[in-house]
Design a protein around this ligand. Structure first.
Ligand SMILES: Cc1cc2nc3c(=O)[nH]c(=O)nc-3n(C[C@H](O)[C@H](O)[C@H](O)COP(=O)(O)OP(=O)(O)OC[C@H]3O[C@@H](n4cnc5c(N)ncnc54)[C@H](O)[C@@H]3O)c2cc1C
Length: 591
């Protein structure tokens, strides 16, 4: 049976030492962000995830969902778990206080999101998507719409879903055909079909709020003719109470490789009553505003899976006895040594640890920048933070989701044949993680966003939000021999990344295929340098504390930072060579 223990100490390290969120106590919502108040919150979230959500994960995977005549039924325990989640007040954590939320910053919510994803990703999709729908409505909804839908969404009694995809329209949402006809009373009637709608139908909540992309009769063709609408499974009366059933029906559920308890629904809208959100034909703009947070959340799904996969691989490697260490028996009293003595097993586990702890710090740093971009009063800080978020969003989404899948696969490898067997639980992580690289914009499309929109923006303005602090950090430690083993590789690889950036920018003007052909590799290189920067800063903190009361914790940070610099970061050399080899061998090949 798999195990999961929430990494509370590492969350505290990131919040209090790496990000030092206490320094922002004057920023709106941060007053309660200190360790005294946050530690009990973290402990309570950890307990719920470990004791309520995690035990349902493996069981739910085996039982799966049932569909019957428009109704989706979840395995026993999910409804009760969702009630526990709602009763704990977790859905309202970061929501607006005007609608019953607690108004806390996203960065404080990140540990909860990660823990839920580690414990039970299928479960996590419903509250995660609801939060995305909430974000769209709070940003673009009229006051009337907000009053009607938000209070129940904030408490979690109603959930929200995002309805974009149609059979012919996946990445290319300009191909959407769902229609919206205006009604005399100012509402609209939505007609059409959507596929792959996560949590489109379920019994966890009293009502389901649908955010739907559709086309008005006078819409221009393509992406510029898409509008955003809000509708709901049950009509909502003016006083906020629930009315009769709307013309929304789940026609079936997709049978998937993983996420067996997340209902991925085929939805039919047969003249469903809906309301316009934001301006006519500007639906994609509304979607883009909330995409940074949504993409970060999907990245955290990968991180969460990576963490639980790592924990299980580590526990198994300490227990499983096979062969002797190359340098002589380490446990001569046993029939064989535990496999953790073998260099290749250690390499796999350290790869997971470096990914999880580095990725966690990077994801939480992103969340903090999103908060500061919204909440800080200094326009200069707001701009810098927003620039960082714009640039790093595709990088973080793709790196954490590619990594989540890779770390799950490494866990299977550490388990050997037992990893491939259902009972041990780690193969589920491989299946569950795979979709995160596809939805919320495939990772290939993230790379196109990075090289196509983010690099060139404002003559490299976004890039400066990353390179300037990196450069400043390296300069600060120029004369610090204790940091040299971290800052030297960081300096060298920053140079490689700049070289790749320049190559893509110049070659991309001559032949766009050259830029697009290397985009995914460039995105990976970017992420690996960003993680090196994270690890160098974690090492800086650890160096100052390694002799103290929690010496072991900080020593492990230093060990992992060293491993990252020496064994992961050098992969960039190969990536640089491949990027600068251009696209000829790709585009000229006969297929
Ligand atoms: C389990 C699950 C849950 C989902 N949940 C939701 C949901 O809640 N709401 C919702 O609306 N949708 C949802 N989706 C849909 C998901 O967002 C889409 O599958 C995704 O956007 C990709 O679209 P597609 O599957 O049509 O692939 P396509 O767009 O057909 O892409 C196929 C391949 O071509 C590549 N490609 C496409 N265009 C380009 C290009 N210009 N350059 C380079 N490569 C390109 C892609 O990267 C991909 O590798 C879900 C899907 C699944 C499987």
């Amino acid at each position: 049976m798999p195990v999961y223990k929430a990494p509370v100490r590492d969350f505290q390290f990131v919040l209090n030492e790496y990000l030092n969120v206490g320094q922002y106590k004057d920023v709106d919502g941060f007053a309660d962000s200190g360790p005294d108040l946050m530690s009990p919150v973290l402990e309570a979230a950890a307990q719920m995830c470990e004791e309520v959500l995690f035990p349902l994960n493996q069981k739910g995977d085996k039982i799966g969902l049932k569909y019957n005549d428009g109704v989706v039924t979840m395995p026993d325990g999910f409804k009760e778990a969702y009630k526990t989640y709602v009763d704990g007040g977790w859905p309202s954590f970061t929501c607006d206080t005007n609608y019953g939320g607690q108004g806390l910053p996203e960065v404080l919510n990140m540990p909860l999101m990660e823990m839920v994803c580690s414990a039970n990703l299928s479960f996590g999709l419903t509250p995660g998507l609801s939060h995305g729908a909430y974000n769209a409505l709070i940003t673009y909804g009229s006051d009337e719409i907000k009053k009607r839908y938000l209070p129940k969404m904030v408490t979690g009694h109603w959930s929200g879903v995002m309805c974009l995809t149609e059979p012919q329209a996946g990445t290319d949402l300009g191909l959407i055909r769902t229609k919206a006809e205006p009604n005399a009373d100012g509402s609209y009637s939505i007609t059409g079909g959507k596929i792959f709608i996560s949590s489109g139908e379920h019994e966890l909540t009293e009502n389901i709020v649908h955010l739907i992309l559709a086309r008005l009769p006078d819409a221009p063709k393509g992406i510029k003719g898409i509008s955003l609408f809000v509708s709901s499974k049950f009509h909502v009366n003016d006083d906020g109470s629930m009315g009769s059933r709307n013309k929304i029906r789940c026609e079936g559920i997709e049978h998937k490789m993983g996420l067996h308890c997340s209902p991925t629904c085929v939805m039919n809208y047969d003249g469903a009553t809906a309301y316009l959100v934001g301006e006519k034909h500007k639906g994609m703009r509304a979607m883009f505003v909330m995409m940074n947070a949504a993409r970060l959340y999907v990245g955290v799904q990968g991180l969460g899976i990576g963490e639980v996969a790592y924990q299980n691989a580590l526990a198994y490697a300490k227990d499983r006895l096979q062969m002797r260490a190359l340098t002589g028996a380490k446990f001569p009293e046993k029939a064989a040594d535990p496999i953790i003595v073998h260099p290749d097993v250690r390499r796999m586990i350290l790869t997971q640890k470096a990914f999880c702890e580095g990725g966690r710090a990077l994801a939480m740093e992103m969340a903090l920048k999103i908060d500061l971009a919204h909440r800080h009063t200094n326009p200069e800080v707001k701009k810098e933070c927003d620039d960082f978020v714009q640039l790093l969003t595709p990088v973080v989404k793709s790196y954490l989701t590619d990594g989540g899948f890779d770390m799950a696969s490494l866990a299977v490898q550490v388990y050997g044949g037992y990893g491939y067997i259902g009972e041990y639980g780690v193969e589920q992580y491989v299946r569950d993680a795979r979709i995160t690289m596809i939805y919320e914009g495939t990772n290939g499309v993230q790379a196109l966003d990075l090289i196509g929109r983010k690099l060139s923006y404002g003559a490299g303005r976004y890039l400066r939000a990353f390179f300037h602090p990196l450069d400043a950090f390296i300069s600060k430690h120029k004369e610090n021999p204790a940091m040299a083993e971290f800052t030297k590789p960081l300096y060298v690889h920053m140079g490689y990344l700049q070289q790749a950036t320049l190559w893509l920018a110049t070659r991309g003007m001559v032949n766009p295929d050259d830029a697009a052909g290397g985009a995914v590799e460039y995105q990976r290189m970017f992420a690996q340098v960003a993680l090196a920067f994270v690890w160098a800063r974690q090492a800086e903190i650890a160096l100052g504390k390694v002799g103290g009361s929690e010496g072991e914790f900080y020593q492990a940070k230093l060990d992992t930072a060293r491993f990252y610099m020496q064994k992961i970061l050098p992969q960039n050399i190969g990536l640089l060579a491949s990027i600068t080899n251009g696209s000829k061998s790709i585009m000229a090949a006969a297929m």
